[in-house]
Design a protein around this ligand. Structure first.
Ligand code: PLP
Length: 429
């Protein structure tokens, strides 16, 4: 494929930006080839700097649930920007966002806005430590919670893609209080809490894992987690940065009927601009500055332009029927992919929930980190490029979930499945 202009821009970027990118997975390191530079997005499609069009299943890694450049979101951003970009003082828009988030997620009694998912999780866990007076944080292998030092232990997403799930530059002392367990393994949890329950400040997890590809939790795993945290006074933190307003209007917590103590949000709540949030029980949130002793702050926190993009997005996402349609789109996509793979005689499986999906070059969808690792990465790589050549942009890593938007319709699905038919035939040969 030509990609002449992308190649030229990537060469220039390599000289001035480490690896040519501002976030590692964008570099195509796991799939090889030149990263595609985009110049425009409209609905379900993106156009690259060589004028080629692609159906986009990355959607800026999840935020663009209404597709690219949605007219109402762009209008809200333009109108807010025209009245001032930032004040560093309270605005009514932030309050509106806090009211919308707390009304739609019942576990959120109070919420604070930040500017990224990383900040949201880092702050929530500082708060959990401050609230409990304990130090130990429990996380799960293959879950990614942003790039805070103490959470870059056996992490997912780009860390996993590049073979550094535990980052260099993180002192051993800093991760000494982070315990990593296997996802979907309640027995490990029981064992850890029986031995060390009184030292555990918080357990943090992706309630549906989207950073080791896409791994669904069992209900038992969630229920055991909730029971143990309650019994031992540990704070249960649902990291819904990816799943919040993405798998369901009520989040993964609503789908599974679990009430976490704290929740972190990002991605969709900013509609494509930088917004993160963390919130939950009022007694825990009361420990946060300026009310309590746990410090947290941000120059651009609750930025009005970013918040207006999020509000315009969330209002549509929370309308009745939105997730029925979105869920049907993902389900139809993955069913079609499975059929095409089966027809080509390729071992392949899929899973989806709301507007999120995963596909795997293995015969059954994974339930654990080890199973997620056990898939044919070479086949993924070839499929990725075969699809890219045919105008379908998938995440350039076998360890990332995929996303659909409300702008993905019948025409996009049909074009994707026809590309998949040809791509499976190509990689089989
Ligand atoms: N938590 C989860 C579950 C995520 O998927 C991500 C990013 O992909 C983050 C936290 C970090 O968010 P951000 O990239 O906005 O810092």
């Amino acid at each position: 494929m030509a990609l002449e202009n992308s190649k030229f821009l990537f060469e220039r970027s390599l000289a001035r930006i480490p690896g040519g990118v501002n976030s590692p997975v964008r570099a195509f390191g796991a799939v090889g080839g030149t990263p595609v530079f985009f110049r425009e997005g409209r609905g379900a499609k993106v156009i690259d700097v060589d004028g080629r069009e692609y159906i986009d299943y990355v959607l800026s890694w999840g935020p663009l649930i209404l597709g690219h450049a949605d007219a109402q979101v762009v209008d809200a951003v333009q109108r807010t920007a025209a009245r001032g970009l930032s004040f560093g003082a309270p605005t009514e828009l932030e309050l509106e966002m806090a009211e919308l988030l707390t009304a739609s997620l019942p576990s959120l009694e109070q919420v604070r806005l930040v500017s990224s998912g990383t900040e949201a999780v880092m702050s929530a866990l500082r708060l959990a430590r401050g609230f409990t007076g304990r130090d130990v944080i429990v996380k799960f292998e293959g879950c990614y919670h942003g790039h805070s030092d103490f959470l870059l232990v056996k992490a997912g997403s780009g860390a996993l893609t590049f073979g550094n799930p535990t980052s260099a530059g993180v002192p051993a002392d800093i991760v000494a209080k982070t315990v990593v367990l296997e996802y979907n393994n309640p027995a490990h949890l029981e064992e850890l809490f029986a031995r060390h329950g009184s030292t555990i400040a918080a357990v943090v997890l992706e309630p549906v894992a989207g950073n080791m590809n896409f791994v669904k939790p069992t209900l038992e795993f969630h229920q055991v987690l909730r029971r143990l945290c309650t019994q031992h006074g540990a704070v249960l933190v649902f990291d819904e940065v990816m799943t919040g307003y993405r798998v369901a209007a009520e989040g993964a917590q609503g789908l599974f009927g679990i009430t976490p103590d704290l929740t972190t949000l990002g991605k969709v709540i900013g509609g494509g601009l930088p917004v993160g949030a963390f919130g939950g029980r009022r007694d825990i949130m009361a420990k946060l500055a300026p009310l309590g002793p746990v410090y947290q702050a941000g120059t651009l926190s609750g930025n009005p332009v970013a918040v207006s993009a999020g509000l315009a997005t969330l209002k549509r996402v929370l309308a009745p029927g939105f997730f029925d349609r979105l869920g049907a789109t993902s389900a139809k996509l993955v069913a079609g992919l499975e059929k095409e793979a089966r027809d080509a005689g390729i071992a392949f499986s899929t899973a989806s929930l709301g507007g999120m999906f995963g596909f795997f070059f293995r015969s059954a969808a994974p339930r654990t980190f080890a199973e997620a690792m056990d898939s044919d990465r070479e086949a993924f790589k070839r499929f990725f490029h075969a699809m890219l050549d045919r105008g379908v942009y998938l995440a350039p890593s076998a360890f990332e979930a995929g996303f659909v938007s409300s702008a993905h319709g019948e025409a996009e699905l049909a074009a994707t499945l026809s590309a998949a038919r040809a791509a499976f035939a190509e990689i089989r040969s």
